[in-house]
Write a protein that binds this ligand. Structure first.
Ligand code: AHR
Length: 548
């Protein structure tokens, strides 16, 4: 895994270095603009309230739960005998917290784990389930006590939709074909009968199915040219049983590797040119992975102890997602002008060094205000690319990488992270229509890590006679006034919520669970152009507008 990731990042670097943004960092380019000590004046953010654009799929607020560290075991699943209140072994407090976010989908069982997972080992009486080694994540023994039925129980408790990721790397076509039959078939087929024998009569609904994961790396070390045929083959046997319609997601690219996207899209030839209706297959979406870190793979940076430079580097690298989505979408547009194939960013988020003293294979990291801003920047980009981006899944929901929820291994105490709060504040963007937003700043955007980093990020959407505006002040130390130029509709009412803290590295712990928590934003005033809002330094805010 490590070696694969190292290779992937060096490939990514090659493509990033050849991008226009990176060329700005070269010796002949003008000196980078430094981050100003003080913003030069108010930011102007124009929102065209009457120009409803593409729908922001609620699925871009999706989640990811892998058999990795304490995500499934201890995070979601504690077993029926635990003292932690649970329903059939699944933590009630985790379910309640995630239900409040209305999470639209949950990807499982990996990640790299997916390509060594054999689903039949995870069904039937628990005490009879075979064990296996989770070789990617800590080399620990997996007892398969959380399997298909437990996952689908979790999906039902959460009121979400399942994104099941199949095994291409070490699994067979038959195995994948039988899994979808087991999950979704209603009659007395062999797999439906097996499911019934294991206690579940009704088929489940599986709207999303992944055809392997990172097949350029941990999922099989393939070339794009080799994988595309494998993807066609496996996808063919992931059938639509009864009324279940599957969106098959081919394992896609990472970072700036456009070649992989090109090869997957090229397989459609001219089939997608023939008007807006119908996707002839073999797959309906392709994935992309992009992680934010400040250092190299070997030393990605601390989650909580970082300099001001590292604050800006992280936010600059997070902002790079906008260019990546644009570039991969452009490649897709070439073959798919009607945008029938979805782009699925099914792994994104921060990846820091693990917390000192924790298992390096478990990827447990704290989550600060910086992570919250990384999330808000991603969401602004997701809204801008709503026309192509079908889904996105933050990595990962509980106790791994950029988590929404951290649980204490000893006491079991649950903490909601700053990232959780950004998801909560953005719930109004789910399935809303993206609105055009223009940000004008009085100062030149500083160059950070070779890219221009405007110090305010924004996006907006509209739904049901209301609008939601997202505003991020990326300046580490200075507040910023924003003039919201609201055009095209009357604003009958407004309210705001802000996420800020004492320091950029503020984070929540069982002792201080609300060190970073949303509060009402009172510094909003009517202005000749609409509204005027004061944003604290290093903050994220949402403004809800009632439209007249
Ligand atoms: O999210 C952690 C890991 O990152 C996933 O298992 C893998 O797909 C990626 O490399």
């Amino acid at each position: 895994m490590t070696a694969n990731r190292r290779r992937s990042l060096s490939t990514a670097l090659t493509s990033v270095l050849s991008s226009p943004a990176a060329q700005a960092a070269d010796a002949s380019a003008p000196a980078p603009a430094a981050v100003p000590a003080q913003p030069a004046g108010p930011a102007h953010v124009t929102v065209d309230l009457d120009q409803a654009g593409d729908t922001i799929s609620r699925h871009v607020y999706g989640h990811f739960a892998e058999h990795l560290g304490r995500c499934i075991y201890g995070g979601f699943f504690v077993g029926e005998d635990s003292e932690i209140p649970n329903t059939r072994g699944i933590r009630d407090d985790v379910v309640d917290a995630l239900r409040a976010l209305h999470i639209p989908n949950l990807r499982w069982p990996g990640g790299c784990f997916a390509d060594e997972y054999h689903w039949k080992d995870g069904i039937g009486p628990r005490e009879q389930r075979p064990r296996m080694v989770n070789s990617h994540w800590g080399d620990v023994v997996e007892d398969n006590s959380f399997g298909t039925h437990e996952f689908m129980d979790l999906v039902e408790l959460l009121g979400t939709e399942a994104y099941v990721n199949g095994n291409v790397g070490s699994g067979t076509v038959q195995e994948m074909s039988e899994w979808i039959e087991y999950l979704t078939r209603a009659d007395d087929s062999p797999m439906a009968a097996l499911r019934r024998a294991n206690g579940r009569d009704e088929p489940w609904r599986i709207p999303f199915f992944g055809i392997g994961n990172e097949t350029w790396g941990c999922g099989g070390n393939m070339t794009a040219e080799a994988y595309v045929d494998v993807a066609r083959q496996y996808s063919t046997f992931v059938r639509d049983h009864a009324g279940n319609k599957v969106t098959r997601i081919a394992a896609g690219s990472h970072d700036g590797n456009l070649h992989w996207t090109d090869v997957l899209m090229r397989t459609f030839g001219t089939q997608l040119d023939q008007g807006p209706d119908g996707n002839p297959g073999p797959f309906q979406a392709i994935s992309l992975h992009y992680y934010t870190m400040t250092g190299p793979w070997e030393d990605k940076g601390s989650a909580t102890e970082f300099s001001e430079d590292e604050w800006y580097t992280a936010l600059s690298r997070a902002s790079h997602i906008d260019e990546l989505l644009a570039r991969h979408s452009t490649v897709m547009d070439r073959y798919d002008p009607y945008r029938k194939v979805g782009l699925v960013l099914d792994e994104w988020g921060t990846w820091w060094n693990v917390e000192p003293g924790t298992n390096p294979g478990f990827l447990y990291q704290q989550n600060t205000l910086r992570d919250a801003l990384v999330a808000s920047i991603h969401f602004d980009a997701f809204h801008r690319h709503a026309g192509r981006l079908l889904m996105a899944n933050i990595a990962q929901t509980v106790n791994v990488l950029q988590a929404m929820i951290l649980t204490d291994p000893e006491s079991g105490a649950l903490v909601l992270t700053p990232t959780y709060h950004v998801f909560a504040m953005n719930a109004g963007h789910h399935d809303a229509a993206a609105l055009p937003v223009h940000v004008a700043l009085p100062e030149e955007a500083p160059t950070v890590d070779g890219c221009a980093l405007p110090l305010v990020s924004a996006s907006a959407s509209t739904k049901d006679g209301a609008a939601l505006v997202s505003l991020s002040n990326l300046h580490a130390t200075e507040a910023r006034t924003v003039v919201l130029d609201l055009r095209g509709a009357e604003v009958a009412g407004f309210s705001g919520t802000v996420l800020a803290a004492e320091s950029t590295s503020a984070h929540n712990t069982p002792e201080q669970p609300d060190a970073v928590a949303p509060r009402e934003l009172t510094a909003i005033r009517p202005h000749a152009r609409g509204l005027e809002v004061d944003l604290p330094a290093a903050s994220y805010a949402t403004i809800s507008l009632e439209l007249g």
